[in-house]
Design a protein around this ligand. Structure first.
Ligand code: DGY
Length: 315
């Protein structure tokens, strides 16, 4: 049976698959073109795509014998899941294994924004350090600040626990109550408006879907404190990026940390000009630990389904 992988992923998963299957990897460092993707999915039994590959109805219709789409990501907004399922194709993702990496990155951005890390680095790299100064690049301590978690799933919970370790009080917005988080951090479940109004730091950990697309629109963003820090390691489309840029320009909030962008990989040029932002190139799961584990989990999902068993982490 044939497995098609749309980009080189860590060897560990590929090695496992090669023992039993004919594995073809699209080797280019650039995203696969639509026509190459169409050509390759026609006769594959399993597909391992990336979050940058759009697996829509048109593509799914080209799959003649595919039994599983094993996304190499926890997010699956790149796949028309319902349509794939209606065609009898299983869809899986890679939860858990990237939780800690992504939560670490949310805290990295939080600290970088709070302590104006980028501005300090720029001073050093431009050889502008004139000596210690009592009022130079003053930032914000995390202790006793209110940390608002938007979406208290795995990554949101792990981020909240880290923030609580820094002395933050936790508010969370979630459909379901998270008793574990409440017990662990004394977190309070609140409405979205309450969270945006009362948090010093807001960290987004929601999946992207029709309900969360532009959830943070102008009206919601205007609820933020002028001293607020907004962190997004989830998906860019959840925030009205243009309006957020306007707020950052006008110092309407303190700063923002971005790992994801509304038109990724394009970055709004206005964002690059701003000093009060920290910009990363979608690095949430970019650790050897997480990426190896993602590779192995995607491979195990493929093997399970091609062996006639249930997928390990179905969407
Ligand atoms: C995912 O897996 O969805 C993340 O965005 C990767 O960093």
């Amino acid at each position: 049976m044939k497995v098609f992988v749309t980009r080189k992923i860590p060897e560990i998963g590929l090695k496992l698959l090669r023992k039993k299957y004919d594995v073809k990897v699209h080797k280019s460092p650039l995203p696969i073109s639509k026509s190459a993707l169409i050509n390759n999915v026609k006769n594959c039994d399993a597909l391992i795509p990336l979050l940058t590959d759009k697996i829509d109805k048109e593509l799914i219709d080209k799959m003649k014998q595919c039994k599983i789409i094993a996304n190499y990501a926890v997010g699956f907004n790149n796949i028309d899941v319902e349509y794939a399922k209606s065609k009898g194709i299983a869809v899986t993702n890679t939860p858990d294994v990237l939780t800690d990496s992504t939560a670490d990155l949310a805290m990295t951005l939080t600290l970088a924004c709070a302590r104006r890390f980028n501005e300090g680095e720029e001073v050093m790299r431009n050889k502008k350090f004139g000596g210690w100064h009592p009022t130079f690049l003053l930032g914000m301590e995390l202790k006793n600040k209110t940390f608002g978690i938007l979406g208290a799933g795995r990554i949101g919970t792990a981020t909240a626990i880290r923030a609580n370790g820094f002395g933050c009080k936790i508010l969370y917005y979630s459909i379901k109550r998270n008793k574990f988080l409440e017990q662990k951090t004394k977190a309070k479940k609140v409405s979205l408006e309450n969270l945006l109004n009362n948090s010093d730091i807001i960290s987004i950990h929601l999946p992207l879907n029709s309900k969360t697309d532009h959830l943070l629109d102008r009206k919601k963003l205007e609820l933020l404190k002028t001293s607020a820090i907004l962190i997004n390691t989830a998906r860019g489309e959840i925030v009205d990026e243009k309006y957020l840029i306007r707020m950052l320009k006008n110092k309407r909030i303190f700063s923002a940390g971005f790992d994801v962008y509304e038109n990724e990989p394009k970055v709004n040029p206005e964002l690059i000009k701003l000093k009060n932002v920290v910009l990363l190139p979608h690095l949430g799961s970019a650790t050897n630990d997480a990426r190896n584990a993602m590779s192995l989990l995607a491979a195990k999902n493929v093997d399970a389904v091609l062996s006639g068993k249930s997928p390990i982490t179905p969407v």
